[in-house]
Unconditional design. Structure first.
Ligand code: ADP
Ligand code: MG
Length: 253
């Protein structure tokens, strides 16, 4: 097991956003975390990565309690997230954005890295960042400014930047939101390719077909509580899930 939460509870004043959430993620799996809007998915990610401190409960990463650690310490340990909304440096190139991820774990100064004279370490990191961009399929966009990339490619760039921090587990908050089917398919392929390299992934997502096609296991939240866990097939056939989540979505369509 790589990540385990025990009875994680998060209260905002009178609102309980997470209620005794216990979740286990095995090394190498793609685990989906689904649930209706406002069910606590992003809050879960914020607590696990140290952006919020839980009201109670614990988070264990590789057997160590990380509940009291700061976000950058947690990221350095190998738990790396993306955000629900695009969070790039818009006027930096794709390469420079990825380098900001690499420099999280370097002793070198990021600003020095964009100067023409480079140290050996900076050259190594630049080559690594280029390889990551190649891996995610952005090799043609290396020197394009982030703000000039189409939306789907900006989201891929966010994943590339997260990969540059060398994660053991990647936590993605709605990576295909707003993408068309073709773009979603390329992200699904990318996640499967990443899984083959040994990476563990926690995927928060609304797009049901996408989630069902890439996840090994799913956990379903409703009003901050876990209401179901299982394989995609089990979840698709779970009456409570159908009632609170799939049912609602179907009605909306
Ligand atoms: P999801 O990601 O599943 O849509 P969220 O985790 O964003 O849900 O939100 C869960 C609940 O917690 C919502 O009712 C939301 O309004 C509330 N919430 C989230 N973050 C905060 C915050 N910083 N302060 C107060 N309430 C919050
Ligand atoms: Mg959210």
């Amino acid at each position: 097991m790589i990540l385990e939460t025990n009875n994680l509870t998060m209260k905002f004043g009178g609102l309980t956003a997470l209620s005794n959430v216990s979740l286990k993620i095995n090394k190498g799996e793609i685990r989906g975390l689904i649930g209706p809007n406002g069910s606590g998915k992003t809050t879960f990610l914020n607590v696990v990565t140290g952006f919020y401190k839980a009201t109670s409960g614990s988070v264990n990463f590789n057997g160590a309690d990380i509940s009291k650690e700061l976000p950058h310490t947690i990221a350095n340990k190998g738990l790396v997230r993306t955000f629900q909304n695009i969070n790039l440096f818009p006027h930096m190139t794709a390469l420079e954005n990825v380098l900001t991820g690499s420099f999280c774990r370097s002793k070198d100064n990021f600003l020095l890295s964009i100067l023409p004279r480079k140290t050996q370490e900076e050259k190594r990191m630049t080559a690594e960042a280029e390889n990551i961009l190649l891996f995610v399929g952005l090799e043609k966009e290396i020197h394009s400014k982030a703000c000039n990339l189409p939306y789907g490619k900006q989201r891929l760039l966010e994943i590339a930047r997260a990969l540059a921090s060398n994660p053991e587990i990647l936590l993605l908050d709605e990576p295909v939101a707003g993408m068309n089917e073709q773009e979603s398919l390329s992200v699904a392929e990318l996640l499967q390719k990443l899984q083959k390299t040994g990476l563990t992934i926690l995927l928060i997502e609304h797009h049901m077909r996408f989630v069902m096609s890439v996840c090994d296991g799913l956990t379903v939240l409703n009003s901050g509580a876990v209401i179901a866990k299982g394989t995609p097939e089990e979840i698709q056939n779970n009456d409570e899930v159908i009632a609170v989540y799939l049912g609602k979505r179907h009605k909306k369509c």
